[in-house]
Design a protein around this ligand. Structure first.
Ligand SMILES: Nc1ncnc2c1ncn2[C@@H]1O[C@H](COP(=O)(O)OP(=O)(O)O)[C@@H](O)[C@H]1O
Ligand SMILES: Nc1ccn([C@@H]2O[C@H](COP(=O)(O)OP(=O)(O)O)[C@@H](O)[C@H]2O)c(=O)n1
Length: 232
């Protein structure tokens, strides 16, 4: 009879929750609450694309220029101070983000960092929640639970407008709505990793749901997929 080499078991594989959806659908709000409730680490992947877009603008470049966008993506690293800047929240940053996000080299450059975060969540957390556009389809296709959070474009624009006003960032209602529509179109129609629900995602339309209702439904779905219950 063969003896086991060691009685130490391998470290448990991190649980991954993928949360995708269009702009201002409530991905970030939900992801933070899920991460807090299950003791998981959270990565807002949109921040990475926003940082690349803003870096290109600051260097005087055009976010739609593949070479400039790819250069900025390769220079981004997890400790880069730009990742903490409030300037990433503006409409201008969002527009630049969705332009660099269509560049295949940019997506490839950011992929490793996202996958490492999912496989080895910081702080030894037992799991990770990643939110973005392509988490369930491309970044973590094996995620144990996948949610696709959406809402009507008018509801999302209204939510984003109120958020910008709360943050003290000047914004005009019609501009915010236009930003949502143009990003929805660019994000859904690009050739690489377009915005769409994974075949096995739970699609949650939050147009008429408050954040608490969305959270409860997400917890129930994650529980049904992983057997886990919130710890906090
Ligand atoms: N279900 C909800 N009902 C109402 N407002 C919401 C809901 N979910 C999120 N919000 C608010 O909408 C805005 C955008 O949410 P956020 O989580 O940042 O979206 P995303 O990460 O998808 O861009 C925030 O101000 C947030 O507080
Ligand atoms: N995983 C991701 C995350 C963001 N993005 C891009 O980055 C832009 C900004 O993403 P975000 O999540 O910060 O945007 P909001 O939903 O917060 O408005 C999006 O419009 C996408 O073009 C992406 O392509 N893939």
């Amino acid at each position: 009879m063969t003896q086991p080499l060691s009685n130490q078991s391998a470290p448990a594989k991190a649980v991954v929750v993928a949360i995708d959806g269009p702009a201002a659908s409530g991905k970030g709000t939900l992801s933070q609450r899920i991460a807090g409730a299950f003791g998981f680490a959270h990565l807002d992947t949109g921040v990475l694309y926003r940082a690349v877009g803003v870096s290109v603008l600051r260097a005087g470049g055009d976010p739609a220029d593949n070479a400039a966008a790819a250069r900025a993506a390769y220079e981004l690293h997890p400790e880069h101070p730009i990742l903490q800047e409030v300037a990433l929240r503006t409409d201008e940053a969002a527009q630049a983000a969705s332009k660099v996000a269509a560049v295949p080299e940019v997506r490839a450059a950011l992929l490793d960092f996202q996958r490492r975060f999912a496989a080895h969540p910081p702080g030894g957390a037992p799991g990770a929640v990643l939110d973005g556009r392509d988490i369930g389809t491309v970044v973590c296709p094996d995620a144990q639970a996948k949610l696709f959070v959406t809402a009507s474009v008018e509801v999302r624009a209204e939510r984003r407008l109120r958020e910008l006003q709360r943050r003290g960032i000047p914004a005009i209602s019609s501009d915010v709505l236009e930003d949502m529509k143009s990003r929805d179109a660019r994000d859904s129609q690009r050739a690489v990793a377009p915005l769409r629900p994974a075949a096995d995602a739970f699609v949650l339309d939050t147009s008429a749901l408050d954040a608490d209702q969305v959270f409860s439904m997400a917890v129930a779905h994650i529980g049904s997929k992983t057997g886990l219950k919130p710890t906090a």
